[in-house]
Write a protein that binds this ligand. Structure first.
Ligand SMILES: NC(=O)c1ccc[n+]([C@@H]2O[C@H](COP(=O)([O-])OP(=O)(O)OC[C@H]3O[C@@H](n4cnc5c(N)ncnc54)[C@H](OP(=O)(O)O)[C@@H]3O)[C@@H](O)[C@H]2O)c1
Length: 251
C-alpha cells in the first residue's frame, strides 16, 4: 500500500454519507463514494463521487485494481443484495479488506402487529384479505409486484417517480425523501384512511416513524424481510465503520 490510502465506499444510504464525511477528515485518506445512479438528486457530500454500475464482479474488480483502492466499505442499503455479493467477490479477487455497514433490522414490540414476509410478491398475496387502503413504502423499483391488485387503493411513497413503463397499482404517488416525523406520519395515515402498511425492514431511524404511527393506530404492517448478505465482517453504524477503518489504516 502507498502512504496515501484510497477507500471506496459503496453508497446509496445515509450511513454511507456519514461515513464518507468522517473518513475524508482523516489525513492521508482519499474517499471515493460510488452510487448506482437510481436517485435524480442524490445526497452527495464526498469530494469524489462516481455514479453508475461497474459492470458486475469483473467490472468492479477492474475498478478496484485500476483505481488502486486499498479498502472497500459496502454501505449500501440492506435490500441492495446484488452489489453486496459483487463487492464480496471483487474484493476477494483483488485481495483487499472489505467491511459491510449493515444497520440493524427493526424488531417488533409486543404492541406491533407485523405480518412478516419474504418478498414483495408475498406481501402482495396477503393484501386482498387484509385491507383496502394501503400505504406502500417500498420505494419505486418493485411497485410492479402490486400492480395486479386493481381492487385495492395504494398511497405509494418514494423519492423519484416510477419509470413510466413500469406498471403500478391504483392510488396516489407521494414523492418525498425522509427522514419523516411521527406527527406527519400519523396524520398521513389518518387523512388517507390507511388500513395497512407495507414496508421493507430497512432499519434505522429515518423511516421508523411510520412503524410507530402504525403501532399507535393499531394498524397491521406487512414487513418484508431482508435478503441474505454475503459472509464477512459487519458493523452496525458509521461510527463503528470509522473505528474499523482507523484500525485498518494502522496495520
Ligand atoms: N433496494 C433498496 O431498497 C434501496 C433503498 C435505498 C437505497 N438503495 C440504494 O440504491 C442502490 C441500488 O439499489 P438496488 O437494490 O438496485 O441494488 P442491487 O440490486 O444490489 O444492484 C443492482 C446493480 O446496481 C449497481 N449498483 C448498486 N449499488 C451500486 C453502487 N453503490 N455503486 C455502483 N453501482 C451500484 C450494480 O451494477 P453493476 O453490476 O453494473 O456494477 C448492481 O449489480 C444501492 O446503492 C442502494 O444502496 C437501495
Amino acid at each position: 500500500m502507498s502512504a496515501q490510502k484510497r477507500i471506496l465506499i459503496l453508497g446509496g444510504t445515509r450511513d454511507a454519507v456519514e461515513l464518507a464525511t468522517q473518513a475524508a477528515a482523516i489525513p492521508g485518506v482519499v474517499v471515493v463514494t460510488s452510487l448506482a445512479g437510481r436517485t435524480r438528486e442524490p445526497v452527495i457530500r464526498s469530494e469524489k463521487t462516481r455514479i453508475g454500475g461497474f459492470g458486475g464482479i469483473s467490472g468492479l474488480a477492474d475498478y478496484l485494481h485500476q483505481q488502486r483502492i486499498d479498502l472497500l466499505i459496502d454501505a449500501t442499503h440492506p435490500f441492495a443484495a446484488q452489489i453486496s455479493f459483487n463487492a464480496a467477490a471483487a474484493a476477494h479477487q483483488v485481495g483487499i479488506p472489505r467491511l459491510m455497514l449493515v444497520r440493524p433490522a427493526w424488531q417488533p414490540t409486543p404492541e406491533d402487529c407485523w405480518l412478516t414476509v419474504e418478498s414483495n410478491a408475498a406481501a402482495a398475496a396477503l393484501l386482498p384479505d387484509l385491507a383496502q387502503r394501503i400505504f406502500l413504502t417500498i420505494g419505486r423499483q418493485e411497485l410492479a409486484a402490486f400492480a395486479h391488485l386493481q381492487l385495492l387503493w395504494f398511497l405509494m411513497r418514494m423519492i423519484d417517480p416510477p419509470h413510466p413503463d413500469v406498471p403500478i397499482p391504483p392510488g396516489k404517488l407521494l414523492l418525498e425523501r425522509g427522514p419523516f416525523l411521527l406527527e406527519n406520519e400519523r396524520s398521513l395515515l389518518q387523512e388517507h384512511k390507511i388500513e395497512a402498511i407495507v414496508s421493507k425492514n430497512s432499519g434505522g431511524t429515518a423511516t421508523y416513524a411510520k412503524i410507530i404511527a402504525a403501532r399507535e393506530l393499531g394498524l397491521p404492517v406487512v414487513m418484508v424481510q431482508r435478503p441474505a448478505i454475503p459472509d464477512g465482517e459487519t458493523v452496525p453504524d458509521s461510527s463503528a465503520g470509522l473505528t474499523w477503518l482507523k484500525a485498518q489504516l494502522n496495520r
